[in-house]
Structures are given as C-alpha cells and as structure tokens.
Design a protein around this ligand. Structure first.
Ligand code: CA
Length: 329
C-alpha cells in the first residue's frame, strides 16, 4: 500500500514538472501588452523618414533595407541618429538572411546598442573594441575543428567596455554572455529577433520557426548598459556571401517602473557580471537553449524523485521484514 502511495506521488510530481518545463514558448502578443512604439528609434516601411543613416554596401528599397547583397567582401550598416535614453526597452527586428549558397554562406549580421556609430569595421561590418551591447546572428561556423565549436546559425550577445576583441576565428565564444542555435537563415517565412533589456536583465528571443511566437534564446542578469547610446545594425560578407535584409526595427518603451537610485546612467561603463558558464564549448553543447536546459532539468528532477522513491521503498521493506521477524518469535 505504502509503495503505491509513493509511486502515485512520484507520478504526480513528474507530470507537474513536465508541464512546467515543456512550455518555454511565450505568445508574441504577450510581449507587446502595455508597451508602446518609439518612432524616433524605429525603422519601418517605406523608410521615408530621416532618422537613420545608411553606409557601406547598404541599399534601401520600398520593402527592405539590404545591408549586404549576396556578393563577396561587402560591409554595410544602418544607424539611428537619435541616442536612446530609455532605461528599459525592447527591440524587435524583422529580418531575412538568404542567398544562392546551399552549403557555404555567411557571415551573418549584428544588432548594436553602442556609444560609437557609423564606423565600418571587421566585426560583422562594424568596428571592433566597441562600447556597449552587440547581438550577433552568426550564420557561418569559423571554428569547425576547435574545441569551442557549436552549431550554426548561432545567436549570441557580447557586452564590451572598449577593451575586448571579438575573435571571429572562435565565433566570439570567449567573450559571449550566452548563446543559442537558431535556424534563421533561408527561411520561407518571416524571421524575427527580440532583444529585451529590463532592470539589467538581457533577454534575447527568436521567432525562426514560422510559429509567430517567441522562443527564448537566453536570459542574463547583471548586464549594465548606459543610456544615451545608439541602435544600429550591420552585416558583412567575406569569401562567403548572403543577402542580409532588415525589414523593420521597432523599439518599445516597456511599461515597467524605473527605480530612482540616484545613478546617472549616461555615465556608467558597459559591463556584465556573468559570462557564459561553459567557455569550452563542445559539439552539440548549447549556451542556454531553453529546450536543452529544460530537458536537463527534467531528467535531473526525475532522477531525484526515483532516488527518493527508492529510499522510501527500501525503508518500508526493511521495516516490514523486521516486524515479520518479531512475529516469528
Ligand atoms: Ca562565424
């Protein structure tokens, strides 16, 4: 009887854990509730306003802004002209990455919130040693044979105080805050990225599966970014190429209460308290993929429950044996 009770209790716990863990996808509409668009920091069709600068290989059409064409050795970028003084915000980027290549293509593009702007360079078309935040959407695996290898396309974030070098040969693994794999290239449907910065927590989500819902890529606490930096996007091609198109960039002032702590956020230096915990990436290991960590937690909880059930069952068995012996005497 006691064993049945323990077994039923374990089953209920396991089912409850499954329901919690296997629901990492949030509905897109939830994110926009009570938020509002900041037009001065947004880029929308037909791109007729004068709030953005376009440099390098960038071309503007009525339906997209192409950072690079599907041609070798191109660099292009767009930069918002207005510095952003919001403390909490969420940026939605609707984009398209595609080209003729089926096996070889690259290199990807980056979304920026930085002090500097309009400086073409080696990091996905933008300058290295930047100050601020970068979110990289890296479509080419430069580190195939290395111990830091992970699957691509790969999304990661980096915070820089102007002293760190982005290492293309290692796909930035040493300096990333976190990352996840996401098949955003060559999709037949819309692909989008959400970057949310709320109370020093950075959350990156992606909609790359045509489900019209956000899937969390990673979330990191302890990210300190100043106000007054600029939003931008850049892309580069090298020996490999792709079209890197921005359809829209929409910035929302998210409706959360700001804490008046007396800090002048225009003057703080960008910093991050935590970098990726697993620097030595191995094949198949993901930064903080929500589905990956969910299954890991699931099997961990299941293992603990089995151990507890086993201990209780063994205790009950030993107790019954001892009472049997007493009855024999
Ligand atoms: Ca790369």
């Amino acid at each position: 009887m006691a064993c049945r009770v323990v077994f039923c209790f374990s089953c209920i716990l396991v089912i409850s854990c499954c329901l919690i863990i296997l629901n990492p996808v949030s509905v897109k509409s939830e994110w926009n509730a009570n938020d509002y668009l900041k037009k001065e920091h947004s880029l929308v069709k037909p791109y007729a306003d004068d709030r953005w600068d376009y440099i390098g290989s960038t071309i503007v059409t009525n339906s997209y802004v192409r950072l690079t064409p599907d041609q070798q050795s191109r660099k292009g970028a767009i930069w918002n002209k207005m510095p952003c003084f919001l403390r909490n915000w969420e940026l939605h980027v609707n984009f398209k990455v595609y080209g003729k290549g089926t096996e070889l293509f690259g290199d990807g593009f980056a979304i920026w919130y930085t002090k500097e702007r309009l400086e073409l360079g080696p990091v996905f078309g933008n300058r290295d040693y930047f100050m601020g935040l970068a979110v990289f959407l890296d479509s080419y695996n430069n580190d195939v044979q290395g111990k830091h290898n992970h699957g691509h396309p790969y999304i990661s974030a980096m915070v820089n105080n102007g002293t760190l070098h982005y290492d293309h040969d290692r796909d930035g693994t040493h300096t990333e805050l976190a990352g996840c794999e996401a098949r955003f290239r060559g999709a037949a449907y819309d692909t989008s990225l959400a970057v949310r910065y709320e109370h020093n927590r950075l959350t990156v989500s992606v909609d790359a599966e045509g489900k019209n819902s956000w899937k969390k890529c990673f979330s990191v606490d302890g990210v300190h970014l100043p106000s007054g930096y600029y939003f931008g996007a850049s892309a580069a091609t090298g020996e490999l190429a792709d079209n890197h198109d921005i359809i829209s960039m929409k910035l929302y002032d998210i409706a959360v209460e700001s804490v008046d702590d007396g800090v002048d956020y225009r003057n703080i230096v960008p910093s991050a308290e935590n970098f990726a915990p697993h620097r030595d990436h191995v094949h198949g290991e993901k930064g903080e993929s929500s589905s990956g960590s969910g299954w890991g937690t699931f099997f961990y909880v299941l293992f603990i429950l089995l151990v507890i059930s086993g201990v209780i069952a063994a205790g009950y068995y030993l107790y019954m044996k001892s009472t049997e012996k007493k009855r024999l005497y």
